[in-house]
Design a protein around this ligand. Structure first.
Ligand SMILES: C[S@@+](CC[C@H](N)C(=O)[O-])C[C@H]1O[C@@H](n2cnc3c(N)ncnc32)[C@H](O)[C@@H]1O
Length: 272
């Protein structure tokens, strides 16, 4: 019997996203600080990685379940929770397109920061997030914005120019950064349009080395960039891809000595 590979899972298990997440901790904590989290709130952090937002949610006293498709990130999150002594934070493997293991109406707050946007079948994802949210509860997503001039949208744009064309029917994760698409998906899942709101916000990528060294971190550990370099290698385009990314990271760096690069994202709130 041949095991079928889930390309979505394989992409995120390919590298080691914890190396990128380490540069995003300050913004994760700042964002969580804006969510009105109180002791005992039941929170699902979906596409949680190693807990950049799940950890501060738990530190504020919420009862947090982190769900992620990548088993290496679930293990890394579990180790962080243990190390920090956070007994109110657990991680488990799961797929945002089908959260069958989670009960209906069981969370006060569902948070997904650059997480669920990467799952295929966006209408199923919206339906699942709404299903597990309690009536009166909230869903908060952070989504990168297509064609935005800042860091992550540009990394993904440059990387995709070097990658093979996606399979037929593929819906770009970046469509989660388009307000009209988000409204369509959440209204189809039963949220009234007036319950959906949008705000642009900024995440900082803070790294102790140079911008070019940060490009190397993405090249070595970030699945989408790793794939782009592999595809570029097959026709000798690696040096050009490296140069494009270095130019981008250097242009956008606002740090002095170390690297600090801002990236704009769309914060979506859906009120159930
Ligand atoms: C860019 S990372 C963000 C991780 C984390 N939210 C953070 O802010 O550091 C995207 C995460 O989404 C997860 N992911 C991608 N597709 C998923 C799916 N279908 N179900 C659950 N998690 C998924 C990946 O494994 C990865 O951890």
């Amino acid at each position: 019997m041949t095991a079928t590979t889930n390309p979505n899972k394989a992409l995120w298990e390919k590298g080691d996203f914890t190396e990128i997440a380490a540069t995003m901790r300050e913004s994760g904590e700042a964002l969580v600080g804006k969510l009105g989290i109180k002791k005992g709130l039941r929170v699902l952090d979906l596409g949680c990685g190693d807990g950049t937002t799940a950890v501060p949610e738990a530190e504020l006293g919420a009862d947090v379940l982190g769900v992620d498709i990548a088993s290496n990130l679930v293990a890394a999150g579990t180790a962080r929770a243990k190390e920090l002594g956070l007994t109110n934070l657990t991680f488990q493997e799961g797929d945002a397109t089908n959260l069958g293991e989670l009960d209906d109406e069981s969370f006060d707050l569902v948070v997904s920061i650059f997480g669920a946007m990467f799952a295929p079948k966006p209408f199923d994802v919206a339906k699942e997030m709404v299903r597990v949210t309690k009536p009166g509860g909230r869903i908060v997503m952070g989504n990168w914005i297509p064609n935005d001039p800042t860091l992550v949208a540009q990394i993904l744009k440059i990387s995709s120019a070097y990658s093979p064309p996606p399979p037929e029917g593929f819906v770009s994760p970046m469509t989660w950064g388009v307000e009209g698409d988000v409204i369509e998906r959440f209204t189809a899942a039963g949220i009234p349009e007036e319950g959906i709101s949008f705000e642009q916000d900024t995440y900082m990528f803070n790294y102790p080395g140079s911008p070019s060294e940060l490009v190397d971190v993405f090249r070595t550990y970030y699945g989408p960039t790793m794939n782009a370099f592999e595809a570029a290698a097959s026709d000798g385009g690696e040096a050009k891809l490296q140069a494009e990314l270095e130019a981008l990271f250097n242009e956008q760096n606002t740090g002095d000595g170390a690297t600090s690069i801002p990236a704009t994202f769309l914060r979506v709130t859906a009120q159930r």
